[in-house]
Design a protein around this ligand. Sequence first.
Ligand SMILES: Cc1cc2nc3c(=O)[nH]c(=O)nc-3n(C[C@H](O)[C@H](O)[C@H](O)COP(=O)(O)OP(=O)(O)OC[C@H]3O[C@@H](n4cnc5c(N)ncnc54)[C@H](O)[C@@H]3O)c2cc1C
Length: 383
Amino acid sequence: MIGGGYAGTLAANRLRMRPGVDITLVNPRPAFVDRIRLHQFVAGTGEAEVDYGTLLGEEVRLVVDSATRIDTAARTVELASGRALDYDYVIYAVGSTGAAPSVPGAADFSFSLSELELAQRLRTRLGEVPLNGQVTVVGGGLTGIETAAELAERGRAVTLICGTTLAPTFSAPGRRSIAKWLSRHGVAVFEHDPVAEVRPDAVVLASGVVRSSALTIWAAGFGVPGLARVSGLRTDVLGRLLTDETLTSVDDDRVVAAGDAAGPSDRPLRMSSYAAGPLGAQAADTVLSRIAGTEPEVLSLAFSGECVSLGRRSAVRQLAGRDDSPVNIYVGGRAGAAVKELICTLGVGKIRREARKPGSLIWPKGGPRPEQSAAAPRGVTSP
Ligand SMILES: Cc1cc2nc3c(=O)[nH]c(=O)nc-3n(C[C@H](O)[C@H](O)[C@H](O)COP(=O)(O)OP(=O)(O)OC[C@H]3O[C@@H](n4cnc5c(N)ncnc54)[C@H](O)[C@@H]3O)c2cc1C
């Protein structure tokens, strides 16, 4: 198993359905990162690290290291430490990161929260900015909105820059509800006016507007680690491992992908912890089928909506069809917040349950799989 996020840990626990399977999980950090709480970690309203000891079944061996190359000919995973691990099957679950922003100044003067270490750096910087200092969040997708809201509720002066519309994957009523909350909490929202330049103390918008900014947070863009490419395995344009509908690499049937780093049939599902769990389970099932000499099942996962937190006391749960397209119904306010918290808690809860009872995860199936997930990935909004 390469990558100990939502998909990799779920897959590792599920492989224990078959006794005698030797399972190794390679991850660069000794603790699990609950990425969906990184905005809370930055704002000081929650923690994002979880002890693997509470998540993984006893038989799973954790190796704290980074995979640098999969040698499919020798069937080894090369690690940054110089070691190499032999394998019969690899589950490729390296997840996602933010994309390197190409806007002038953004790489030098903005901060990201897409990974733990980046979020730690951002949190430290935030601590140096006075409470009345202007904080600019770039990205009108769910990560940008959640970050802006979390900070505004903590009394920060926040500007949210959306390259296009606010929450483009939500219905009009859902979007209006988010906009109303942001306005009530003093967040200045700019729509259809992307960032053209980031300066140490300001952002410049395409329209020419210059906003002073003591801290600029870049929450737009989606990228994946380059491990598949480096290993000579075919990927989509963003670097997700290309697989068939059983999540098996199109180049090698001993490599199976799951989570944000998987590109089944070049029609990836949207970036989400929601999909990562079932994809991890399905990847494990595919490996177990191959070991047993049976035909693996094809991917089938129905969506039901998305959820965006608005601080700790409110959220909008947007309902959607099985293909992820939003309908004009949402659950907002405190009820929305309760739903959102339940979803977040279930994220790690499902992994723990799979550790206790391998094979326990079931998920809503829907078919046929959509041509393209209707919603754009979380981070995929233009600045
Ligand atoms: C602030 C924020 C809020 C979010 N909120 C939500 C939400 O509310 N709902 C939702 O559905 N989604 C949300 N997401 C998206 C969600 O976090 C991701 O879609 C999810 O983490 C994907 O799970 P994964 O297991 O594929 O990858 P990840 O969780 O990214 O895990 C991948 C793991 O692989 C490791 N890895 C990477 N490269 C290597 C390597 N070379 N060798 C070994 N290990 C490696 C990584 O360090 C990591 O531990 C949010 C994301 C962010 C940043």
